[in-house]
Design a protein around this ligand. Structure first.
Ligand SMILES: [Cu+2]
Length: 96
């Protein structure tokens, strides 16, 4: 049992590092935050890994707690990927 759970953890770590490698850091601005729905509206620059041009759109967030780190009007950097078919913000932080 212990070996199985260790392998599972290693697999999860590998998957996480692969998704980090493919996502790129994108500049954006927070237009709207919907904490209860786990959504954020961002005005974003081009997102090469999603083949997306600059636009304003709604994203899901991987973890609703991420929405506590930003406020409407903040300039941010973030990463987004397709998770289970949904375009999802996987990392976000206020721009310095
Ligand atoms: Cu977009």
């Amino acid at each position: 049992m212990k070996i199985a759970s260790t392998l599972g953890f290693a697999g999860a770590m590998l998957a996480a590092s692969l998704s980090v490698a493919s996502a790129q850091s994108i500049n954006g601005e927070v237009v709207k935050i919907e904490t209860d729905r786990g959504r954020i509206t961002l005005k974003h620059g081009a997102i090469p890994n999603l083949e997306m041009d600059p636009m304003t759109m709604v994203f899901r967030v991987a973890d609703p707690a991420m929405l506590q780190q930003v406020r409407q009007g903040d300039r941010v950097t973030f990463e987004a990927s397709r998770v289970n078919g949904n375009i999802t913000v996987t990392r976000i932080q206020r721009a310095r």
